[in-house]
Design a protein around this ligand. Structure first.
Ligand SMILES: [Zn+2]
Length: 557
């Protein structure tokens, strides 16, 4: 099993794999003593919570900490308190190579294969900054309305962890790349601006693999491929007041990152990771309460759930006359609760100092302008334009701009179609519902956007009834074929002969005198009832445009 080694020893010395593993195991299996980081309770790996590093996550530990039960709080008590939430988001940049060396920056390679003396931190190796990483970080900063500093400084963030062979991460500290940004999020009471304190560049750490191996119960494996992956860390102001706002912030932030193309934001692969700071205070109080940090929650849904839990836990503590302890907590998604990981007294002191191996990073105005010129239309602006241009609703616009590729395809189809609004409707009504049911992403859809445009035009011209449209879409999904193919083969029969339709309309009118009476007394909307009845009688084959026309004519006579 060549790739299941704990570490392919980089210097090729005579150290055996077993010895290398044993070296790492000393740390993980370290017996608890007075000098150990965590007191009393034994360290027990939480197999259900993935470690994602990127800020030096210590061993996952489960402590017996007095737990609030949460959910015992009445809505009245809950309403007395205001949560205060700030988020720290790590985003991996989609560069070809790592931040400070030429190693390929790719997820999923065999463990410990994308490494070199620089990212392994071997003595004498020197970092060289990746220009593309700076461009991506600057583009992201500008997209988040940040001011980009002309001079920023790289700093060393020192700590020991088995997946950090250098013993420090190159990061930025007091002079980050960018500051003072913001994004807008929708809330029930209208748009709200969430401040962005800073955006800085740093490198990722490697990965400790606590499970997935036959001997995972007793050993932890280390994969150093991720060492040196370029990251940006985006720190928000403590401006969010509900878990929903935090969820919206993350959704908007991810959308912006995806639109700029700086990251794939794949949470499962760890390219977007979030830590949340949360505290509670009595409504109207100015001073913030003591905050807890919830680390490395691996989906937006879980972050919302973790925040809900944490807010209730803190309110319960305050209500019972106790004090919230400043600490780092981990969320366990299976149990829906957070666990204490380390308290403030045990928090890291990273001993930041300027990185002596890298000169100051200088982003002159000319370069900044060049990067800004590559800024694509961002989601918020695009939605506003699409609403105006295609006469679609805000909700349509949100669905259609879910990804940049989706929006591009929609716009191409809408511009080609006779009625863009109809294209939007079909996407909403026929496409997304079926994709969801089939568990497919848009790029896996059997029906292309040009297929949607064709369907929209046929419906617009009255050549297909809505029932026929639905049947054709069903066939597309059943057979995994595009709309044009299915339509050409099926060419649904349509009754476009006026006298046949008139006969059917007469029958329906004769059978429904009460509705005819309503119509003639002025309730013109009843016409739709007759259209529906005839359509049903024709098994969906009546030409809808002609049918509409004839029904109105008959009823008005
Ligand atoms: Zn390298």
């Amino acid at each position: 099993m060549p790739h299941r080694t704990a570490l392919n020893h980089p210097r090729g010395t005579s150290v055996t794999r077993q010895k290398v593993q044993a070296k790492w195991l000393i740390f993980i299996n370290m017996p608890q003593s007075k000098t150990a980081l965590l007191e009393a309770p034994p360290i027990e790996p939480l197999a259900t919570v993935p470690t994602q590093g990127g800020g030096g996550t210590p061993p996952l530990a489960k402590l017996d900490f007095p737990m609030a039960t949460a959910a015992t709080i009445s809505p009245e008590v809950r309403a007395k308190y205001e949560p205060v939430i700030g988020l720290e988001v790590h985003v991996q940049l989609l560069t070809e190579t790592k931040a400070f060396c030429g190693c390929v920056n790719r997820f999923g390679s065999p463990p410990n294969t994308n490494v070199c003396p620089v990212c392994l931190g071997l003595p004498g190796a020197l970092p060289v900054l990746n220009k593309r990483a700076v461009e991506f970080a600057t583009l992201a900063s500008l997209a988040l309305n940040c001011q980009v500093r002309e001079h920023s400084i790289f700093a060393r963030k020192n700590y020991f962890y088995p997946d950090l062979p250098k013993g420090y991460q190159i990061s930025q500290f007091d002079k980050p790349l960018a500051e003072h940004g913001h994004i807008e999020i929708p809330t029930p009471t209208g748009p709200k601006r969430i401040g962005i304190t800073r955006l800085h560049m740093e490198e990722d750490a490697g990965k400790s693999l606590h499970d997935g191996f036959p001997d995972s119960a007793t050993r932890t494996y280390v994969d150093l491929n991720r060492c040196g992956t370029p990251l940006i860390e985006i720190v928000s102001e403590p401006d969010m007041r509900t878990p929903d706002e935090a969820y919206e912030y993350l959704t908007r932030l991810k959308e912006i990152m995806l639109y700029t193309g700086v990251s794939d934001c794949n949470m499962e692969e760890g390219s977007l990771r979030c830590d949340a700071n949360v505290s509670v205070r009595l409504r109207g109080a100015e001073k913030f309460g003591t905050k807890a940090e919830v680390k490395n929650v691996n989906s937006f849904r879980f972050i919302r759930a973790a925040l809900e839990y944490e807010i209730e836990r803190q309110i319960e503590i305050v209500e019972s006359g106790n004090r919230v302890v400043q600490e780092t907590r981990l969320y366990n998604a299976n149990e829906g609760r957070t666990y204490s990981m380390r308290s403030k007294e045990q928090a890291h002191d990273y001993r930041y100092f300027p990185e002596p191996d890298l000169p100051p990073l200088i982003v002159p105005d000319a370069w900044k302008s060049e990067i800004a010129a590559r800024m694509p239309e961002l989601p918020e602006a695009r939605r506003a334009r699409m609403i105006a241009e295609y006469g679609i609703t805000e909700q349509d616009a949100h669905t259609l701009t879910a990804t940049r590729a989706f929006a591009d395809q929609f716009e191409a189809a809408a511009r080609a179609a006779k009625n863009p609004r109809r294209v939007a409707n079909l996407v909403q009504s026929e496409l997304t519902m079926r994709l969801k049911a089939a568990g497919l992403e848009l790029d896996q859809s059997p029906v292309s956007m040009s297929g949607i445009a064709l369907a929209a035009d046929l419906a617009e011209d009255g050549k297909l009834s809505s029932k026929q449209l639905k049947q054709l879409f069903d066939l597309c999904f059943e057979r995994n074929e595009d709309f044009a193919t299915v339509y050409e083969r099926e060419k649904p029969q349509q009754i476009s002969d006026a006298s046949t339709l008139e006969k059917m309309i007469d029958d329906v009118i004769a059978a429904n005198p009460a509705q005819v009476e309503q119509y003639r007394k002025g309730k013109k909307t009843v016409a739709a009832f007759f259209v529906g009845q005839v359509m049903k009688a024709s098994k969906g084959q009546a030409n809808p445009a002609l049918l509409n026309e004839l029904v109105t004519k008959k009823l008005d006579n």
